[in-house]
Design a protein around this ligand. Structure first.
Ligand code: TXA
Ligand code: MG
Length: 362
């Protein structure tokens, strides 16, 4: 299939093109659109064939449910009749924005979208192009991140073009995504509400508005792994994450990734030792480092995710950095860990997943 790439900047929406893309989306086509988190691969959630197309284009396992994107609260009412006080408070504070809420679903919501679960994930994105597209199409839109399953999520149109050219009708290029990591997924059907995936809205922000907020045990356990190289198979068999998508290896470049945690000088020393070790084996080593540290690494492909003092920027650049290692064809990557406060929780969740939970504490 021919993929049309159209450039639409926020604030200068070219309505003719957007109307055309929205029509195709409504009639069952696949349309990639920018959001504030990552690019989404959209299909009309009311059209089962269109939804099937998402799973085919991404190579996504069919047991991994999709997030439904909406532009208005009226649309939410077509998906659930169960919006409790916690959910109402979360909507008031964070929608539109990078927060996905899980609700008990209405009968009519397709089992293909929810992968057979009796709950549905819903989000209202904070991006003018996305909201205009959703408004014009005027159907709920199922949209996972617009990457091939397993790869880092796309934060620029070029990432989508690499992954999905020829597999979708439209790619709307809206420039770089501001947040750069996916939305936080919060299950509001449980008391207290539970974070199933850390993301653009932090635990601290949720606690401030909602009071007590729990973390899916599968996630918390994974986040505190340390001490020694962890065995990913033990982690996976131990506790099943409540968000099906969280159990898959994900976000990975072709190269094997190892996360290194600890005091800065020790991290630098450890990674330099590894660079030498692998150089002797004729392996091309990549290092994912903060700008403060890049000059300490020699004889490696060093990619900087930004300053340790600006975690928001690290979040925004992480996926692009991971893809950069593929472009540079490195064999093995060592990544400097960051703190887990605020957005750091989500950054480290994605970095650890990219590493298949291979984490070394020095
Ligand atoms: O920021 C985002 O959320 C992006 C943009 C495009 O909106 N979308 C996104 O979708 O990241 P996706 O499909 O890549 O990730 C959705 C996650 C998966 O981990 C999935 O298992 C989980 O949400 N999920 C969806 N529906 C669920 C449900 N009913 N119960 C539990 N987890 C659910
Ligand atoms: Mg995804």
């Amino acid at each position: 299939m021919d993929t049309k790439v159209i450039k639409i900047n926020e604030g200068q929406e070219n309505m003719d093109m957007l109307v055309e893309a929205a029509g195709v989306l409504r009639e069952g086509g696949l349309v990639v659109f920018p959001t504030e988190t990552v690019y989404g691969l959209g299909a009309n959630a009311l059209n089962n064939n269109a939804v099937k197309g998402i799973f085919e284009a991404k190579g996504r396992p069919s047991d991994n449910p999709l997030i439904v994107h909406i532009h208005s609260i009226e649309q939410l009412e077509s998906l659930t009749s169960d919006v409790n006080d916690i959910a109402k408070a979360a909507i008031k504070a964070f929608w539109p924005g990078p927060l996905t809420l899980i609700f008990n679903k209405k009968e009519e919501v397709s089992n293909l979208v929810t992968a057979g679960l009796n709950t549905v994930a819903v989000r209202m994105p904070k991006h003018n192009v996305a909201l205009s597209l959703l408004r014009i199409a005027n159907v709920p839109v199922a949209a996972p991140s617009a990457n091939i399953s397993g790869k880092p999520s796309p934060t620029q149109a070029i990432h989508v073009i690499q992954d999905l050219s020829g597999k979708v009708e439209y790619i709307i290029d809206g420039g770089s995504c501001d947040v750069g990591l996916e939305s936080t997924v919060l299950d509001t059907t449980l008391t207290p509400p539970v974070i199933l995936r850390p993301g653009g809205i932090s635990l601290e922000q949720l606690q401030e508005v909602l009071g007590e907020v729990a973390i899916d045990p599968a996630l918390a356990k994974r986040q505190v792994i340390g001490g020694i190289t962890s065995d990913p198979s033990i982690e996976d068999n131990d506790i099943t994450p409540r968000a099906p998508g969280m159990k898959y290896k994900h976000y990975s470049p072709e190269a094997e990734v190892t996360v290194v945690e600890g005091q800065t000088d020790k991290v630098i020393q450890f990674i330099n030792n590894k660079i030498n070790e692998y150089k002797n084996q004729n392996k091309k080593v990549g290092v994912l480092a903060s700008t403060e540290n890049i000059d300490f690494y020699k004889d490696a492909v060093v990619v900087s995710y930004g300053s340790k003092n600006n975690p928001e920027l690290i979040a925004a650049s992480l996926f692009d950095c991971l893809r950069e290692f593929d472009n540079k064809k490195v064999d093995i990557v060592f990544a400097e860990a960051v703190g887990t406060e605020g957005i750091g929780f989500a950054i480290m969740n994605r970095m650890n997943k990219a590493a298949g939970y291979k984490i070394i504490k020095v």
